[in-house]
Design a protein around this ligand. Structure first.
Ligand code: SF4
Ligand code: SF4
Length: 442
């Protein structure tokens, strides 16, 4: 079995790759850091209850906080060190950075690559889905992408939506970002096994590994493992945003998510390589998800790389302090705030110094945004709706179908922040619901 090539979609754009040195470079241990702020509420909600107190020495991989409710997860020490205090960390969320309590660790051991763990003495294939779910619930596992959810809650929803397809989305279309790519290239067997474990917990859906067509040469060793676990391998176009979940799911299954819904509403569950790897390490080796691969790159970084990074490291410790840090890819990422730390969803920390924002001007009706929108929205008309405060009109025009890829703003010659504006329209509609009409100010 090889990677089967798949057709493409209308709209989208070819972005500069900017991945020189990142596609082939091995994952490295993170640089030494003086302290960690280990988030106690990585999924939002109620913070986990600390099990340690100031002055106490903790050891890597040991549980240091216990989930306080069904929306929390247990928290494990990423590195051995000493508890200094309970502090505050800023963590990237779907709508921006949010503050949450965090255990501050200092006097840390040096970060290292993962040690080779001996598999536990059991075969996960013998577990029924319910037992597998129970096993996964204790590992502090999250979805490892935005929105960060407890894996247990995500699985529950996948089952209630009767998802019959599970896609591992390793199509990293944004410039620089290569964390999932390197994980699949170096630990492909583990990633595929993790995907199979998630599939088992979902009740054995059809499983697909989707990758960028330009990278298949890096994944040759994955193919045998995929065959063993009955995972189909598909290579998709590198046209951005082929890796947006809704676009990818529609491409591979011909099922469209309903307006305002996600892929699960169409029976398709989507995960990334990071969560597959984390699930495998927990389920098979008992190793909790205390680290993740983070791409550190950008035009302000002289030695870009992918780092095996403990959760709770400051983004500034990875990519330098200042105003130029972006959390995530350059198309959809967030500007870092002070004390932003690496969380489960941090796939990249970029230092972009060339992004000199210029003032936007009036729409010139060129139509480029419409031509390139992957879900065929009339974005310039939505921009008019934003300026006129016509939230309901925008909803009728399909604003809720926007996948927030940023292509429209990228191509706009008037430099209009179109993604942000369509997103504001979506948020406003969520606030007013179906009943109230928004005032004239957006
Ligand atoms: S309107 Fe939304 S989906 Fe369309 S290009 Fe803009 S951000 Fe992407
Ligand atoms: S790309 Fe910009 S200027 Fe062109 S139609 Fe769209 S909003 Fe207007």
């Amino acid at each position: 079995m090889l990677f089967r090539r798949h057709g493409t979609f209308s709209g989208g754009i070819g972005l500069p790759d900017e991945k020189e040195g990142l596609v082939d470079g091995p994952i490295l241990p993170a640089p030494r850091c003086p302290r960690l702020l280990v988030p106690l509420a990585p999924c939002g909600g109620v913070a986990a209850r600390p099990l340690v107190s100031p002055g106490q020495r903790v050891y890597q991989g040991r549980k240091i906080a216990e989930a306080a409710d069904g929306w929390g997860v247990d928290v494990f020490a990423p590195l051995s060190g000493v508890v200094k205090d309970i502090g505050i960390a800023n963590l990237a969320g779907q709508e921006g950075f949010v503050s949450c309590p965090a255990i501050e660790l200092e006097d840390l051991e040096d970060p290292q690559l993962p040690t080779v763990e001996m598999p536990l003495d059991f075969d996960w294939r013998s577990l029924e889905p319910a037992m597998m779910e129970e096993r996964l619930a204790g590992g502090g596992l999250t979805t490892q992408r935005l929105p960060v959810l407890p894996l247990a809650a995500w699985l529950e929803r996948a089952r209630s939506c009767r998802c019959d397809t599970l896609i591992a989305n390793v199509v990293e279309g944004q410039p620089y970002v290569t964390s999932d790519h390197r994980l699949l290239a170096e630990s492909g067997k583990e990633v595929v096994e993790g995907l199979a474990i998630i599939g088992r917990a979902m009740g054995n859906p059809r499983m697909v590994l989707a990758v960028d067509e330009r990278r298949t040469g890096h994944y040759r060793r994955v193919i045998g493992s995929a065959e063993n676990h009955d995972v189909g391998c598909i290579a998709v176009s590198h046209k951005y945003p082929a890796g947006a979940d809704i676009v990818l799911a529609s491409l591979l299954t011909r099922r469209a998510a309903p307006q305002g819904g996600d892929t699960m509403d169409a029976g398709v569950a989507v995960v990334n390589a990071a969560v597959c790897h984390a699930v495998r390490q927990w389920a098979v080796c008992g190793q909790p998800p205390t680290h993740r691969v983070v791409t550190v790159a950008g035009d302000g970084i002289s030695h870009p790389g992918n780092y095996w990074t403990p959760l709770g490291v400051s983004c500034a410790a990875l990519a330098g302090a200042g105003d130029h840090l972006v959390h995530g890819g350059p198309m959809t990422g967030l500007r870092c705030v002070a004390d932003a730390v690496v969380g489960p969803a941090t796939d990249a920390v970029l230092r972009i110094e060339s992004d000199v924002s210029t003032a936007s001007s009036q729409c010139i009706r060129c139509g480029w945004c419409v031509d390139h929108c992957p879900v065929r929205l009339n974005v310039s008309a939505l921009n008019d709706d934003f300026e006129l405060g016509q939230v309901r009109h925008a909803a009728r025009a399909g604003s809720m179908r926007c996948v927030e890829c940023g292509v429209c703003g990228y191509v706009c010659p008037a430099r209009l922040p179109l993604r942000h504006r369509v997103r504001q329209l979506k948020k406003a509609l969520a606030v007013i619901g179906e009943e109230t009409v928004m005032g004239s100010s957006p």
